[in-house]
Design a protein around this ligand. Structure first.
Ligand SMILES: CN(C)C(=N)NCCC[C@H](N)C(=O)O
Length: 263
């Protein structure tokens, strides 16, 4: 049961290398600042895949190797995915907050005489938030992140399993092509479902800095929709989907291959 955590770690890091250019498309260099996301996403992906697989083990009493011969029901896949999503959201919260704060810091870095950026890097950003707001400050937006990730990661694993089963004979291991396509579409489906709460989550994480402070999640939703219309909930949908396909195709392919090679 521990190898799923390790495979999740490595596959998350590989997926991230592909996704990073999409994440930083608005910034200066494509692969700039990748060490922090790699370290954090690898941990978070390890929690997601490790908890998912172990939750399925509890629910169905089958190990990863036995699941092709005895496929779990979609209800069990969904519950295990939601459990993984819920726990990964808490691990992701501080890392995601730092990422959003740094990515929204668009002052040019090297211009002489210009005001230095508020955060000098991820560690300085974490320390500044901790000093100003205490440990709870690092979990700003965590509630919105949990609401975003719990159902959408259930959807993620159900889509992946469903597509794999459509293109694979009963009891067989899916081909690499199937895993790539199923992983890619699982990523897209989950991000389409996640985008409305992703917008709200990022606004809550930035609250107090760039935008106004919100009374809570609901207040943020209502006032964003009132000021900008319902389209606000779909902001970033295209880039999220374009990023989701390669990231999750590679994540699932490397995860399945690692587990297969470890027996
Ligand atoms: C919020 N949603 C939809 C997800 N977290 N989906 C799972 C994809 C995880 C992958 N590391 C990625 O960043 O796409």
């Amino acid at each position: 049961p521990a190898e799923e955590f390790v495979a999740g770690w490595i596959s998350g890091a590989l997926g991230l290398v592909l996704g990073h250019p999409f994440d930083t498309v608005k910034l200066l260099g494509f692969f700039k600042g990748m060490s922090f996301p790699i370290a954090s996403i690898a941990v978070v992906n390890s929690v997601l895949f490790g908890v998912y697989s172990n939750a399925l083990l509890v629910l169905t009493a089958t190990s990863h190797q036995e699941r092709r011969a005895q496929p779990p029901s979609y209800t069990h896949v969904f519950i295990a995915g939601c459990t993984g999503g819920f726990l990964q959201a808490y691990c992701l919260a501080p890392f995601d907050l730092i990422k959003v704060r740094l990515q929204n810091q668009t002052e040019p870095r090297a211009k002489p005489g210009s005001r230095p950026p508020q955060y000098r890097g991820p560690v300085h950003c974490a320390a500044s938030i901790f000093q100003a707001e205490g440990p709870r400050g690092l979990f700003r937006g965590a509630w919105a992140l949990t609401l975003r990730d719990t159902p959408t990661l259930g959807i993620y694993f159900v889509t992946y399993e469903w597509l794999c089963r459509q293109f694979t004979l009963d009891g067989q291991t899916p081909s690499s092509g199937t895993v790539l396509v199923a992983g890619g579409f699982a990523g897209i489906t989950s991000w389409v479902a996640a985008t409305p709460l992703d917008v709200i989550k990022s606004r809550m994480q930035m609250a107090g800095l760039k935008q106004r402070a919100y009374g809570g999640l609901l207040d943020c939703m209502v006032s964003s929709a009132r000021q900008e219309g319902l389209g606000v909930f779909f902001r970033g949908l295209t880039i999220n989907s374009a990023r989701a396909f390669p990231v999750n195709a590679v994540t699932f392919l490397s995860y399945e291959h690692l587990l297969l090679s470890w027996g």
